[in-house]
Design a protein around this ligand. Structure first.
Ligand code: NAG
Length: 320
């Protein structure tokens, strides 16, 4: 059983308030009076668990607080299997990562790269993802990433549901996670094709969400879309290539509008209609990957990286 509390640490710079950093921790009372066998990186006097938590910064994954000794121990990480020694008065607290990359950015992550997030909360399922902290004000969670020539995405329904791959080069975060995140609050979608010569093609959709498994993860796009790719997901050359409202299909689940089976024909899971003008999950040999983004990108032969990213939509007050 976990007890949840949130610590707010305010960092003052000489003149102005720079930012409010929020890190969340989960107490583990079931491990009371036990200590971690993994060496601590620092030990300080602390008045309370709250002041101890304030000492647990970006390099700290967990801390122990001893209410009798008023001591605080900072650890890089704690695994509960390593809580085997006994010493009276200790309670341990584990860092609970933010739900997405926007939360990572708000708690101090400022460079693009791999971060751990906790989309469902309470450390239910920690996932490592690629966070883009530069594009369009940063805070973008990559729900899909593909470096040229890496793994193909001809995966099963179950694999797309739970996620597969590694964020270092190719992964799908998982349809259940995409559904969970995009239904908690309004999200935008950002599509990136990075050319070998460094040029970036993108399209941003203001509103993006997907339904749950009972809807077959139905795709919902709304609002404006902008970018130098042009829209190929909604206003496709053929209405039968409009992906909006489409269910997800995989090699073992045919939910498309085609008499055949798009996911098998094009070797990858996606929100197919009959079948597509935009398809980011094709196979890497470019001759087998048709129309990744028709008509702007007709082949992936010069594409170094592809990413699908999401971020909670900024709510701006209306000016009157
Ligand atoms: C932590 O526990 C694991 C699993 O029992 C063990 O392999 C590892 O050596 C332990 N680490 C330390 C520092 O005791």
């Amino acid at each position: 059983m976990f007890v949840h509390f949130v610590v707010l640490a305010i960092f003052w710079m000489p003149v102005t308030l720079q930012f409010v950093k929020m890190r969340s921790f989960l107490a583990t009372p079931s491990c009371d009076d036990k200590i971690s066998n993994i060496e601590f990186v620092a030990e300080h006097q602390a008045r309370s668990d709250i002041s101890c938590a304030a000492m647990c910064d970006v390099n700290c994954g967990c801390f122990g607080f001893n209410s009798q000794m008023k001591m605080c121990r900072i650890h890089q990480s704690c695994d509960l299997v390593n809580m085997t020694s006994t010493e009276g008065g200790w309670r341990y607290y584990q860092f609970d990562p933010p739900p997405d990359c926007k939360g990572v950015m708000e708690s101090g992550g400022s460079t693009s790269g791999l971060y751990v997030i906790d989309p469902f909360g309470d450390r239910q399922r920690l996932v490592t993802v690629y966070c883009d902290m530069e594009t369009d004000a940063g805070g973008w969670t990559a729900i899909q990433r593909r470096l040229s020539g890496t793994m193909n995405f001809d995966k099963t329904w179950k694999e797309f549901k739970s996620g597969f791959g590694v964020p270092q080069n190719a992964y799908w975060i998982g349809n259940d996670i995409i559904h969970h995140l995009t239904n908690r609050q309004q999200h935008s979608l950002y599509v990136i094709f990075k050319h070998n010569n460094g040029v970036i093609f993108y399209q941003k959709y203001e509103e993006f969400s997907i339904g749950d498994e009972c809807t077959n993860y139905q795709l919902n796009l709304a609002g404006l879309n902008t970018g130098n790719l042009g829209d190929s997901m909604i206003n496709a050359a053929y209405s039968s290539a409009n992906l909006n409202g489409m269910a997800f299909s995989t090699m073992d689940r045919d939910n498309d509008q085609y008499s055949g089976h798009c996911a098998t024909k094009y070797s990858g899971g996606w929100w197919f209609n009959n079948c597509h003008d935009a398809f980011l999950n094709g196979p890497w040999p470019p001759e087998y990957w048709h129309d990744p983004w028709r008509p702007t990108i007709s082949s992936v032969s010069n594409i170094a990286e592809i990413r699908l990213m999401i971020k909670p939509t900024e709510m701006h007050a209306e000016l009157k």
